[in-house]
Design a protein around this ligand. Sequence first.
Ligand SMILES: C[S@@+](CC[C@H](N)C(=O)[O-])C[C@H]1O[C@@H](n2cnc3c(N)ncnc32)[C@H](O)[C@@H]1O
Length: 416
Amino acid sequence: MITQHQLPHIEAVIGRLVRFDRPADAVLSGYFRENPKLGSNDRHEIAETAFACLRHYGRVSALVAPKRTPRRLMLATLACARDINPEVLDRLLQDNERQWLDGVRAAPQPDTLSVESELPDWVIERLADPSPDAVRALGAGLMQPAPLDLRVNTLKMKRDAALAALRDSGLAAEPTPYSPIGIRLAGKPALNKHPLFLDGAIEVQDEGSQLLGILVGARRGEMVVDFCAGAGGKTLLLGAMMASSGRLYAFDISEKRLSNLKPRLARSGLSNVTPQLITNENDTRIKRLAGKIDRVLVDAPCSGLGTLRRNPDLKYRQSAKSVAELNDIQASILASAARLVKAGGRLVYATCSLLPQENRAIVDAFLAAHPEFELLPANQLLAEQKIALDTGDCLELQPHLHNTDGFFAAVLVRKA
Ligand SMILES: C[S@@+](CC[C@H](N)C(=O)[O-])C[C@H]1O[C@@H](n2cnc3c(N)ncnc32)[C@H](O)[C@@H]1O
């Protein structure tokens, strides 16, 4: 329920968000830390309105143009992008705002493809299929809330047992359609105090991420590298696939992200993981492992445009220029990671981007320069795992088609 007391807070948060200089969730949690007296309903309404503003920013900012003040953006969001009773909203307005907002409500919808799909032109131009129908369908999918997916830690529990335990605790839980170790929950229940979570038997992980880990196919006793491990979402999956045996290196250049892996590792029960901070993809510590690794995952830094359901601000924080810069980093990381792979070993290149420029183009250029590698068709690998999902020789997940985040993965093998 929106109240008068919340409006200055929403306005302040929107003012910070539309600078697009920091991740939206960091802006929001920083604001809540500065304002500890805000109650849970206040936080909920502030976050919902702020994210609605970001999700519908193309439309909302066109409606209030040319005076895009935070207050106007907030009022247009409340009137046009959230399901707020107009009478309730009108009671919260200043006198001079009622007429203005009526005009906004009555204004014809801006009908450019960019506003309709809520995707900037530079993104549309770079999609594999930029035709209006495809863009509208993708844009609509990216506007839906992402489901809450869990991965069962198979070291601790089977999926059926986890499903039964979650249902016993009153949660509506279903198996995920594709991942054999995934569970989809209805709603967004808080899980951080759930016994299964505390015991490390479940982790929050999008089904798409799970499929990508499954393509790595890590096995017991192998030497495996998660090259861009971050906070270890996929490391934990790979470690469980290896039944906590062999050796799993988790590399990353971010000390902060790697430190977030530590408590997750402790819960998971894995004892085969070696987190390793590296200075860059050419770090000397990596060279020592050259030619020794069975499987390498490169979950490359990318634009994140596949995660717009959760991070709608990314489409304004990224740009054609930042994607071009990422392309250089992606190519360099992939080439470096490839040196680790032994003969017959597997290299998986993955992103959570929807742009061919960060996906297939990087892989094609790599294969052209590295004839010692070849592509293993992802659809065949998934079929061998009895996963009924065929997106061609690379895994290409799209929110509106698969109800996962947008993901890309190519599986490469070093010829024996
Ligand atoms: C997409 S995120 C990885 C997410 C992680 N795999 C997970 O499942 O949670 C990309 C990661 O690449 C790391 N990174 C950026 N440049 C790197 C480099 N040159 N070498 C290794 N990691 C790098 C970033 O710090 C970031 O954590």
